[in-house]
Ligand binder design. Structure first.
Ligand SMILES: [Zn+2]
Length: 638
């Protein structure tokens, strides 16, 4: 069994263990198979014997549900474990002192069981959910890390040495990760261990080899803190929102990460990126024409969300300033951060007072040099940085350099349409800028190819069309009309398919969260950003998560239990195709085609593959889809 909190002295552990064995609460290896004792005890369950209105009980249940929802079940054991609030009577019966704070994980009748007592809730937790989350996370980790089921058999005394120092530390480390993933606060959680020390409950160094003291454990947790930020649910959710181009939501997530972890340069960089993308989303084609720059290669810049209209289109200088200050903070913390430099380079191309090509070129040159050496960046990211460098150089009048970098980008771009489109657009600009008469036909050809593969939703598409039409009006040029260009586009699926959870029960983007809860029943709620109303509602048994504020913004299908996604082809009589988790890459390509958008432009660690035309993203693990995401995307223009 686990002396989870590690403060009891050995004699107490021994006594507790023996008493619990007698009571049948614990089934140690030596007694397995003998149910005589165990049956004498009532089935433990959180809150069953306690008053439902007791704030301690509701806190226990709420925190427990959120932790269980983010913990990985351990295969050979019943899941989730039982949670039991020890009564004073039970404690006294077990010859434990009820006023001593206590918590532990163990096997009960072969099933995992986590116990806590009231003294722990009253003197250590004191109503704080984050403190409790760390403590329960620690106990849950003993279960998921296989500590309780791998107890050595052969004698009760041996059981006491099960939870070695390494296991305690591993449970601490995993426990805080679970707490962060479930949306709890690191600083608040660490007050728990501090309370033990304050109350003089730190463990005497009786068994220093097996039980680290609270002082030691706290020091270790603080030391590892720097690497914990990526356990925060808000960070991974922020990356998700960046991937699916929900920049305002991403901004809220990263803002909450930098608040908790001010040293986390990745979060500063992503925060700056999210803000710059919001700024760019507000720009109008005439703003881009005013900047007199080529086609920049970034995230969803080519998409123009209608939802932003109410914020007022145009240049938002304050947003730009906030974006660059977050990016500068990231670079202050980590001066060699390639993607922060690349983003700052873009920022100076679209600076509110007008582009600053010198600064833009300097940042982009540094980013390009670093990107070429950085193997963690995909070729698409590298191509993107080179395209942007070439845009800055052309704007600075350095045509030769610009041409060379565009050529380099072209060799890396492969068949990825969004990059190829930007390259064609910029190539045409280069030709037009050279102002040689014989190159105007080549420019027109490049623009035609651009208009064919580029997205009409792009802010540059309209500029490209204008430019193309102007060329076409010149004598001797023979061009297609806009209608002809738009015709013959490949058939697409209707975007944002509803998710049919079971026969006749659907969840759709834009549904009210309240309605969804009525339809699907209660969910485990995991806040994504503490300050925002943004939550992840986890339906474990359905295999889906619903993400949103008051409306559904994304639906995640993330386990074998998840229903299939039905895609309906556009147009009447269109085919239906099925998407499931577990599909291979080849099966996915057969349905959605090869034009997928690998969203690794800013975060190489995120393996989502994005299909903007259907509003679906896929996360592959070992060549198979581990998760499908349906997400709200701006409607296409035109
Ligand atoms: Zn422990």
């Amino acid at each position: 069994m686990s002396n989870a909190l590690g403060f009891e002295i050995v004699a107490e552990v021994k006594r507790l263990l023996l008493i619990l064995i007698i009571l049948g609460l614990v089934t140690p290896a030596v007694f397995r198979g003998s149910h005589t004792m165990a049956e004498a005890v009532t089935q433990p369950r959180a809150g069953l014997q306690a008053d439902e209105n007791d704030p301690n009980v509701s806190l226990l249940n709420a925190v427990w549900d959120r932790l269980v929802a983010v913990a990985a079940p351990s295969a050979p054991l019943a899941w989730p474990p039982e949670l039991h609030l020890l009564t004073d009577a039970e404690m006294t019966m077990a010859k434990m002192v009820p006023k001593d704070p206590n918590a532990f994980a163990t096997l009960y009748k072969g099933n995992p069981l986590v116990c806590v007592n009231r003294a722990l809730l009253n003197s250590i937790v004191e109503g704080n959910a984050s403190r409790l989350a760390f403590i329960l996370g620690h106990e849950l980790s003993h279960v998921t890390l296989g500590h309780i089921q791998h107890a050595p058999s052969g004698g009760t005394l041996l059981l006491m040495t099960v939870f070695t120092r390494e296991k305690e530390i591993a449970a601490d480390r995993n426990g805080i990760k679970l707490a962060l993933a479930a949306g709890y606060d690191f600083r608040e959680a660490m007050v728990g261990p501090k309370r033990f020390i304050e109350l003089g409950l730190d463990q005497p160094p009786l068994w220093p080899a097996t039980h680290p003291s609270w002082t030691q454990r706290l020091a270790l947790l603080e030391k590892n803190r720097a690497s914990l930020w990526n356990s925060m649910g808000a960070f991974s959710n922020g990356v998700l929102f960046l991937t699916v181009e929900q920049y305002a939501s991403a901004e809220r997530c990263f803002a909450s990460v930098v608040k908790a972890f001010p040293d986390c340069y990745e979060a500063h960089a992503n925060l700056g990126y999210a803000r710059l993308m919001e700024y760019c989303d507000l720009l109008r084609p005439e703003d881009i024409a005013e900047f007199a720059i080529g086609h920049i290669m970034i995230g969803g810049f080519y998409r123009r969300p209608d939802s932003l209209i109410e914020k007022g289109r145009g240049i938002n200088a304050e947003l730009w300033k906030q974006a660059t200050s977050a990016l500068e903070e990231a670079l202050r913390l980590r001066p060699d951060l390639t993607l922060a430099k690349a983003t700052l380079g873009i920022a100076y191309l679209v600076r509110p007072e007008g582009k600053d090509v010198q600064r833009a070129s300097r940042y982009l040159e540094e980013a390009a040099t670093a990107a070429m050496k950085d193997n963690s960046l995909g070729t698409i990211s590298r191509a993107g940085v080179l395209v942007n460098l070439s845009v800055a150089e052309l704007a600075a009048g350095k045509a030769e350099l610009s041409d060379r970098h565009l050529g380099q980008a072209n060799r890396l771009a492969g068949n990825v349409a969004v990059i190829r489109a930007a390259i064609l657009y910029n190539y045409a600009q280069e030709l037009l800028q050279s102002d040689k008469g014989n190159q105007r036909r080549d420019a027109s050809d490049a623009l035609y190819k651009y208009l064919k593969i580029g997205s009409p939703a792009s802010i540059w598409w309209k500029l490209g069309l204008d430019s193309y039409s102007k060329l076409c009006s010149e004598p001797g040029m023979n061009c297609e009309t806009e209608q002809q260009i738009r015709a013959g586009a490949t058939q697409e699926f209707r975007p944002f398919p509803p998710v049919e959870v079971r026969q006749g029960v659907q969840v759709q983007l834009g549904d009210s969260i309240e309605e969804v809860q009525k339809r699907l029943g209660p969910a485990v709620t995991i806040p994504i950003a503490r300050d925002a109303k943004l939550n992840r509602y986890r339906y474990l048994k359905l295999g889906i998560d619903v993400i949103g504020t008051d409306q559904v913004m994304a639906i995640s299908l993330n386990s074998r239990l998840a229903p299939a996604l039905k895609l309906q082809a556009e147009g009447s009589g269109g085919q239906t195709r099925i998407l499931k988790t577990g599909m291979t890459e080849m099966q996915v390509t057969q349905v959605l085609g090869p034009t997928s958008f690998a969203a690794t432009v800013f975060n190489a660690a995120t393996p989502y593959r994005f299909y903007p035309q259907v509003g679906i993203a896929a996360r592959f693990v070992q060549g198979r889809v581990a998760e499908w995401l349906v997400v709200i995307l701006p409607r296409r223009e035109g």
